[in-house]
Every structure is written in C-alpha cells, then in structure tokens.
Design a protein around this ligand. Structure first.
Ligand code: ZN
Ligand code: ZN
Length: 170
C-alpha cells in the first residue's frame, strides 16, 4: 500500500500546468490496477484516455459520444461505471458544478481536500490542495460534529493567464 502521506508535490503556483499527461496517468492506472488486482478493462482505459485528452473537461455524455462510432455505441451508463471506478482509484475527479471530469495524477490520500480553481473565461480547471483549508475545515466540521467522507471545494474565477491577457488588452 503506498503511504497516504501529505506530500503531494503540488506547490507550484501557476495555473493550468498541473494537468496530468495522458501517458503518465495511463501508466499510473496500470500500476494501480495491478497493485489492487483489478481489471483495467479496454473501456476503463478508453474513458481515462478521453478524460485526459479532452479540454475543456468532458461530461459523461461527451465521453460516450467520443467513444461511440458506427457499429459500436457506448452507453453513458457504461461510461459512468468506468468513471466511478477511476474516481475510486483517484485517477479522475468530478467537478460537481460542471458535471465534468478531470484527470488526476497526484496520488492524493483518500479524504484529502482538493480545491478546484475553475476559470470562467477559458474553462480551464486547475487543481490544488490546501493544508490551510484542510485544517480550518477540519476544525469547523469537528465543532459541528460532522464526519466528512470527502470534501471538494470549487472556486470559480479568472486564472492568471486570462487575467494577464485581459490586463494586456485593456
Ligand atoms: Zn487530484
Ligand atoms: Zn483562464
């Protein structure tokens, strides 16, 4: 079992640079499946590839469409099942506010807080973790007597690149 330590190498501050490389994330998926003795089926691979290759982040229906071709229809329900599997392995995150999926190669610990920075201009989604949020939220939840299963924070706004562009144009 890999340690779920709090080193996830995610402290560079620039936006949009943290997208997982498709090749890297596929290798990681293969390793994880081997480790856990679960099948990395052709469909699971294709769905992961589609998530890793699509920009902006695709929804399940986009993925189903992308994988379907004449003579082979991939049902959204099959895509959802594959996505559930990939999310369980931590290879994919769901952006609730967009109902879209992003690849992740950060090997977070289960239950680790993830903060998504969603750019309303370019649609880019950057992912970061925040020990500050984590400890603050932990205190709040404790006070409320609430045990979290997982928590994901989504922040919508303007990424650095779009802000710079707007500034340059103005
Ligand atoms: Zn992640
Ligand atoms: Zn942007």
């Amino acid at each position: 079992m890999p340690s779920a330590g709090h080193r996830h190498g995610h402290d560079h501050g620039h936006a949009h640079s943290c997208r997982a490389e498709p090749a890297v994330i596929l290798t990681r998926a293969e390793e994880l499946c081997r480790e856990r003795g679960v099948q990395f089926t052709a469909l699971r691979r294709e769905v992961l590839e589609a998530v890793a290759a699509s920009e902006p982040p695709p929804g399940a229906y986009d993925i189903a469409e992308r994988l379907s071709r004449p003579g082979r229809r991939v049902a959204p329900v099959s895509v959802y099942r594959a996505l559930d599997f990939l999310m369980e392995l931590g290879l994919v995150h769901r952006i609730a506010s967009r109902n879209a999926f992003v690849p992740c190669a950060h090997a977070h610990g289960i239950g680790e807080n993830v903060v998504f920075l969603i750019c309303r201009t370019c649609g880019g989604i950057d992912e970061t973790t925040s020990p500050e949020v984590e400890s603050g939220l932990g205190k709040t939840l404790k006070r409320a007597g609430f045990t979290p299963a997982h928590s994901i924070l989504e922040v919508e706004g303007d990424c650095g690149a779009c802000r710079d562009k707007a500034r340059g144009a103005g």
